[in-house]
Write a protein that binds this ligand. Sequence first.
Ligand code: FAD
Length: 503
Amino acid sequence: MAPRIERIVILGGGTAGWMTAAALSHVLAPRRVAITLIESEEIGTVGVGEATLPHIRFFNQRIGLDERELMAATQATMKLGIQFTDWARRGDAYIHPFGDYGQPAAGAEFQHLWARLYQSGKVSRICDYSLPIIMAEQGRFGFPAADEADVMSSFSYAYQFDAGLYARYLRRVCEDRRVTRVEGKVSRVSQDPTSGHVTALHLGEDREVSGDLYIDCSGFRALLIEGAMGSPYEDWSRWLPCDRAIAIPTENTGPLMPFTRASAKTAGWCWRIPLQHRTGNGHVYASAFLDDQAAEDELMAALAGKALRQPNRLRFRAGQRRTQWASNVVAIGLSGGFLEPLESTSIHLIQQGITTLMELFPDGGPDPADIAEFNRVMSLEYDRVRDFLILHYHATERDDSEFWNHVRTMDVPGSLDEKLTLFRERGLVMKYRDGLFLNPSWISVFIGQRVIPRQWDPRAEAVPADQAAATLARLKRHIAETVERLPSHESALAAYCPAKADA
Ligand code: FAD
């Protein structure tokens, strides 16, 4: 067996680098592995990323972080889902909630029952049967219940936070856990001529850092995975043509929404993410269809509050590396791939990379079977997220710009085509063993994008239509009454995790 891993070097101190350091320092504490993180203030970080998915809560718990302290330190608000406006048609709005719709009936999943009643005009929109959607729409918040019989157990929540503050918080945690931080710019990488393993990272002429395993968290630069290992990038811009973003924070106006908003625009979409101390805004767009000035004008016109900084312009290319672990280099974060932030999946993919690495953590040196499994899992995760994102663009009726005509009529991956057909024709959501988004997520986006099932599971007809409609009406009332008793989102934050105004 190859010698045991005793030194890990993480290149990069963005969200990916510090999340990796925090997780590995916690999990590997009993093995006394030395962890060094190198970052360069001169280069800086990508500096965006505010919306997360519920999985981050479990990740933080697993690595020993305190939720209230973390939320206060990162100016966090609660996130119950994402609201999509103007996507299928101008004037449309729906929320992708972090939770379930209704309950199965006679073995048929809820969407079948709903589709049957909806097609005969006996029920209202599916959103009325989702507790987190009603909570989000009313700006209220309560914590999930443990009792499965309670409708308050039907959802989860995530955070809207300042990812820069999250990285800073993690850095403090890591320094307490004896992670060594090295400031400087890596200018050269040494590799073993026979094995190709990275042997040292050089910071100028006189400093070097060596390890047994290297984690590439160098962001879009991908210094190790691409620069040293030559792992190619698979470009997905033919399906996800957005390749630019402009970000700008503004002062808060009005009540803090417990959800992220994604509003479709001429050639992309604008985000709005309320934090305790400010609102994050941005425009993600396709440069082949919209020039930078027009994109900035569209963003500025959509701002509600006063701008706090100059706009920050970013460029990217949707895609991933099929090989994210090569030799003794593992890519985590933007170095491994990037899918635009429409469903807040990047931080989740970082977590997925870290969790998979921890599960497979080599006892001796990197083993080809571990490497192959890591690459298989990560590739699959990226493929699934890719399909989910494409669905938002492709399942649209919009024909008011060149961009929407392009995405509506483009060929999509076969895996998505199949999923779309099954839902449209039968209301079926193909179940995956792996993959981030579960059935309620797919259902919300299918229906929100006006893909309404034409037929349904026959078991949904077991109960007479009027009786089933009455059951749904009771559920809708119960959800509405439950939400009415909850405190406002602001009161919930003030009681649980108030942040300091000057953070
Ligand atoms: P970076 O933040 O770029 O960090 C790279 C690090 O490597 C830095 O510390 C840098 O100094 C260091 N480095 C690079 N080269 C060298 C060198 N030669 N020597 C020393 N150090 C070096 N994600 C979400 O989950 N939710 C969102 O809402 C969201 N919104 C986004 C919006 C946009 C427009 C974009 C582009 C991304 C968004 N993301 C979002 C993604 C998110 O920003 C990233 O996934 C996350 O910040 C992780 O970045 P990173 O740590 O991989 O890279």
